[in-house]
Ligand binder design. Structure first.
Ligand SMILES: Cc1ncc(COP(=O)(O)O)c(C=O)c1O
Length: 935
């Protein structure tokens, strides 16, 4: 993507702002120091011009930030005009380091225009009314005002004068004068937490921003030239909310405020004020709004609890920590974790502490706040990971005999969820990425085909839910809106479970949010209410009929539109908050946006009782609360940074002359076949890529690649994924998560900094240089050995096995085209050891049985790590390709497989339908064979 530092005018190359801005300041500082050195040496040269050019680069963005602000920027310009090289160097250094460290947020001297000596109070723009400042939370508020540029300083001072000693927080105003500049401010400045819009502001920006207009028209379907003057305020509020829904928006107007406040179109505005009289009220509201996001009811309460002198007589010796801190033998644990951990431990649910199993107090409020933050109606906290969240959803919304369409690669908690609930999986396959020994995501065509087949067979009513992993481990992001829209066209009440274990952070990126389950649910609601929805449906109905014919080949080829009058929007999203936000391990949520949730309220309560520990960890709950606070206040900025970092890593690896010989981060074009990228988007780094082309891909393509998930190919360095992961961990202290045969997965998250990139690049360079040296010194034999190793890793890769089928004994109708099966009965059949047999993987008996029967039926889930998905599930007929894959796998960890005893199989004699002798099963003549159910 083009670097924003290439041109001053290219302000609208947004979304690479925060570190780009700091880079510009660093550059300005470096130029200023060079000018000062030149002046000290008495030489002349072009350094002053370089400073001026660097300042011009900096200046364009600074309109959107409170610091350094108008006064300090003016002071800097004046020193340059006065030829004061030393003064410029001092001020540039101070401003640059205050920005880098963030010290301007609490250190009032950073706002002084004079260098060393404290200026007169009147000359300073104090952060607090008394000029001193304790560390109150700091933020910035965007004021969108028609005030003339000449009076902006005065307006800003008026706003500052509203501050009170009692204010819990402090904010600096950022003043912009138009609709477009307000959008730019919202996008660039992650410190903005509230926006005050004066009605009657003009539309165009003072900057040259053609891309911004394209962004508004494509992302927001908004043509600003057609907005009526009276509507500008509300339209702006709506546009800002689409980018950053967490911001509080206030509208100041001289119109009839009562009418406006009651207008549903203005519902996204927190409060409407009558312009001339209410500035103090606005100020108080701004602080209250941010304080509401800041407040963490459970965590705050836990802190209060920890500070109270409490004697405990319940069964939790660790509470208060006395048995630890006073111990001769384990006091180091107390020292390591600190006393607060133990002071905040309790098993009580009274005395101000709430119960996670039946929350009525602060945990309930904390859950409600989380729901607001992610755009859900309800959120349940889960302290045992998304593994449990998923099982809870299955437990609560599916029942024995229901059919669930599930990605076969989905996390094992889904498979176990179906074992627990008795729902039957109908597995659908993701597209394979055989070259890298991994799977992509499930094409929509495959999902539609499954639904249409079920419809053709008269079993559509049995289908309860579709579950997909979004994004996948490797970063494939579904077009959630389109998937739901088209599936609802076939089954209007289908429920969706989006497993977003890895994708919780996406809510805070305006790009990624529409591709989350909840983001798409909101968009679907909006679409349903629009007149276009009904029109589109009626046009389709005229062509294809009201009741879609499942045999009509056109249905798979075209985009289906559901009947907006009939669909129910029923979305469940599970997020491992601990995987992408600042939450303790195992903190997870189930988020619900289901308009028929009333059908499941009591089932959900049961699901909580079944799955949640009766001793949930208060610290995990508190960290869920705190993670929500952080994301609502700085999630936007942090996620942008994580994306920027990932782009920088991609660039640093793929463009490095030595590293790129041995390593490569795969682009979207390698991770997603062309047919699923209709927009033509190739990659973030491809020539011509801008945020707009990425946006087009996000809107149009079937799959989009989450930029923060980077598949780094290491097979080309002669290293398999597992050994490379080990090398990075043991020798270089770099940890990563997933591996494949020839790649590892790098993830950037809100915790990463640019130093992490530097470390990674340094290490990759070192490894690459070692390979170069080895190849150069080792002669021909070393080189051919290396080439053979690379070939084995990169081309001799095993084919990925598809799901074969359930044994007929576990299918209600073995004739049916669709392959759902009663996995639960097979699972429990395996509890009876006498009904099971074992065959070693390498045994020739396996080959004999594959060839001439009887069929092999898996008793277990067999899950190799990597790739980490079940290649066998209970009741599955084991096929030759699965055995071939397993034999080729060179991984140590295979869950469900005991290498000494071999594969655990269900004896055919134990399966109800005994019509197998190795020959292909024939259709059952009479009633469907019943599996022998043990439970
Ligand atoms: C797609 C998916 N869902 C669910 C989980 C389980 O999440 P947790 O580790 O929070 O239990 C994982 C874990 O890796 C996962 O990859």
């Amino acid at each position: 993507m083009p670097s924003p530092t290439t041109s001053t005018a290219k302000l609208d190359h947004f979304f690479s702002s925060s570190s780009a801005r700091l880079d510009r300041w660093r550059e300005l500082n470096a130029r200023a120091q060079a000018w000062a050195a030149q002046a000290r040496s008495g030489k002349s040269g072009g350094e002053r011009a370089a400073v001026e050019a660097a300042l011009a680069e900096v200046r364009a963005l600074e309109d959107f930030f409170a610091y350094p602000g108008l006064r300090l920027m003016k002071a800097l310009a004046e020193r340059i005009a006065d030829d004061d090289a030393m003064g410029v160097a001092r001020l540039a250094r101070r401003l640059s380091s205050a920005l880098l460290s963030g010290s301007y947020r609490y250190d009032t001297t950073q706002w002084d225009t004079a260098d060393e000596t404290a200026p007169a109070v009147a000359d300073r723009l104090p952060l607090a009314p008394d000029g001193g400042e304790a560390r109150r939370p700091y933020f910035e508020t965007l004021f969108v005002t028609p005030a003339p540029a000449a009076s902006l300083l005065q307006v800003a001072n008026e706003i500052r004068r509203l501050r009170r000693v009692e204010d819990a927080m402090i904010y600096e105003p950022v003043l912009v004068g138009s609709f477009e500049d307000a959008i730019l401010g919202t996008v660039f400045n992650g410190k903005i937490e509230a926006v005050v819009i004066y009605d009657g502001i003009p539309i165009p920006s003072q900057h040259d921003v053609p891309l911004l207009r394209d962004f508004l028209s494509s992302y927001q379907q908004l043509d600003t030239s057609t907005v009526a003057p009276r509507e500008v305020g509300i339209t702006l509020a709506r546009a800002i909310k689409r980018i950053r829904p967490e911001l509080d928006i206030y509208l100041l107007t001289d119109r009839q405020v009562e009418k406006l406040a009651g207008d549903p179109a203005a519902s996204m505005i927190r409060r409407v004020f009558y312009e001339v009289e209410e500035l103090t009220e606005v100020h108080l509201n701004i602080i209250e709004g941010v304080a509401d996001r800041f407040s963490t009811p459970h965590f705050d309460n836990l802190k209060r609890y920890a500070a109270r002198p409490i004697a405990t007589f319940h069964a939790l010796p660790i509470a208060r920590g006395k048995s630890i801190i006073k111990s001769n033998w384990i006091h180091d644990m107390g020292e390591f974790y600190g006393q607060n951990l133990f002071l905040a431990e309790s098993s009580a649910t009274t005395g101000g502490l709430d119960s996670m199993l039946e929350p009525t107090g602060n945990i309930k409020v904390a859950q409600e706040k989380f729901a607001r933050a992610v755009g859900a109606d309800h959120v349940f906290f889960v302290t045992n990971g998304t593994s449990t969240s998923n099982k809870m959803v299955y437990q609560a919304v599916t029942a024995p005999g229901d059919i669930v369409i599930a990605d076969r690669n989905c996390h094992k908690s889904h498979h176990y969820g179906m074992v627990l609930s008795g729902s039957q999986p109908l597995y659908v396959e993701a597209f394979p990425m055989t070259e890298y020994s991994m799977y992509g995501a499930v094409p929509l065509r495959t999902i539609k085909q499954a639904l249409l087949d079920l419809k053709a067979e008269g079993r559509l009513d049995r289908v309860k839910m579709l579950t997909l992993t979004n994004c996948t481990f490797d970063g494939h992001v579904y077009n959630t809106f389109r998937v739901m829209q088209e599936c609802l066209a076939i089954k209007p009440d289908l429920l969706f479970l989006w497993d977003e274990a890895w994708f919780g952070f996406a809510r805070w990126s305006p790009f990624l949010r529409p591709r989350t389950g909840l983001g798409a649910a909101a968009a679907l609601e909006e679409w349903r209410a629009s007149p276009e929805a009904l029109k589109a449906y009626q046009a389709q109905a005229a062509e294809l009929g009201e009741d879609l014919d499942p045999k009509d080949g056109r249905l798979l080829k075209r985009r289906l539109v559901p009947d907006p009058r009939k669909i129910r929007i029923r979305v469940y999203e599970t997020d491992s908050v601990h995987k992408s936000m600042s939450c303790l391990r195992q903190g997870s949520i189930v988020a619900v946006r289901d308009e028929d949730y009333n059908k499941h309220v009591s089932a959900f309560r049961e699901a909580v009782f079944i799955h949640a520990s009766t001793s949930p960890n208060a610290q995990i709950i508190a960290s869920l609360d705190v993670a929500r606070r952080q994301m609502e206040l700085e999630g936007y900025e942090l996620v942008m940074r994580a994306i920027e970092i990932s782009l920088a890593i991609r660039r640093a690896v793929n463009e490095h002359p030595i590293i790129s010989k041995y390593f490569k981060v795969l682009g979207a074009d390698s991770m997603i076949p062309d047919e699923f990228r209709a927009s033509g988007f190739k990659d973030f780094l491809a020539p011509g890529s801008t945020w707009l082309t990425a946006l087009k891909s996000i809107q149009e393509d079937e799959f989009f690649l989450d930029p923060t998930r980077m598949t780094l190919v290491c097979g080309t360095a002669g290293l398999d994924g597992t050994s490379f992961k080990g090398l990075l961990a043991n020798k270089y202290n770099i940890q990563l998560n997933k591996t494949s045969r020839n790649s590892v997965l790098l993830q950037s998250n809100i915790n990463n900094t640019r130093s992490d990139i530097a470390l990674l690049v340094k290490v990759l360079l070192e490894i690459s240089q070692e390979i170069e040296a080895r190849l150069a010194e080792g002669g021909e034999s070393e080189r051919s050995g290396f080439a053979a190793r690379v070939k084995s890793l990169m081309t001799d890769v095993p084919d990925l096995p598809n799901f074969s089928r359930f044994h007929d004994g576990y299918r209600e109708d073995p004739d049916s085209v669709t392959l759902e099966g009663d996995m639960r009965s097979a699972f429990f059949a395996a509890y009876e050891e006498d009904d099971c047999e074992y065959l070693p993987l390498m045994s020739p008996k396996i080959d004999e049985r594959l060839k001439s029967g009887p069929e092999l039926v898996s008793a277990n889930f067999v899950i190799p790590y990597p790739p980490g998905f079940p290649i066998m599930v209970p009741g599955q007929v084991v096929a030759a390709d699965t055995i071939g894959f397993m034999r080729k796998l060179d991984v140590k960890e295979i869950h469900g497989y005991n290498a000494t005893r071999g594969l655990k199989l269900i004896k055919l004699s134990a399966i109800g339908a005994k019509k197998h002798s190795g020959e292909k099963p024939k259709p059952a003549a009479a009633a469907p064979a019943k599996a022998k159910s043990k439970r």
